[in-house]
Design a protein around this ligand. Sequence first.
Ligand code: 5GP
Ligand code: ZN
Length: 200
Amino acid sequence: MKNGAVRAHGASRKKIALRFFSKHRPPPAMKCCEGGVRTKFLGKSYMILDAFIHQINNQVLEMDCIFCKIAAGVIPCFKIYEDENTLAFLDVAPCADGHTLIIPKKHSDAFVEMSPEESGRLFEAVNIVSNQIMDKMENITGLTIGMNTYETAGQTVMHTHVHIFPRFKGDGGGTTHSIVHSAKSSDPEHLKKISEKLTK
Ligand code: 5GP
Ligand code: ZN
């Protein structure tokens, strides 16, 4: 989603704007239209621009979001690394010693909602922190790096984050291939169709 704005579809935009307005005045009736939402208030029709909704959205998200609060220092964490755009800290319920989360300081619900530039900066930090963990954790022999993106994939905190799981010989853990087995076929014709769908 470009500019980090609320998702383009009307329902969520309407929900967020409504949530904001409901804190300040009776919820107005809203209608989604190009560039924003239209609302009636005290008999008059107002246009609420996308840019304003984006601002509201970020305020609401930052108020609600646990990782925004960690990035702002409101909630404490065990910090591992920090730069201008990124923060890395230990997971509060670790799956392995040194299980680390890396987040962009700027809120986005999920990885695919970041710009390529923002995600590039996030992954520069992932590389730095991965090396830091490999260098400093005793007996470490590998890493699993992953992101649960959206609820279907198990994302529970809706602020983009990368997990780094330190791996140790004989730790009993699986590979990324153990996560899902829903492929309908490995037939080359099937793969060709999918590649066409993804590239056209
Ligand atoms: P997800 O399931 O969204 O990919 O992972 C969210 C992760 O955030 C979980 O592993 C969970 O343990 C961790 N987590 C949730 N709340 C907090 C918190 O307040 N502090 C820290 N350090 N980790 C958290
Ligand atoms: Zn956030």
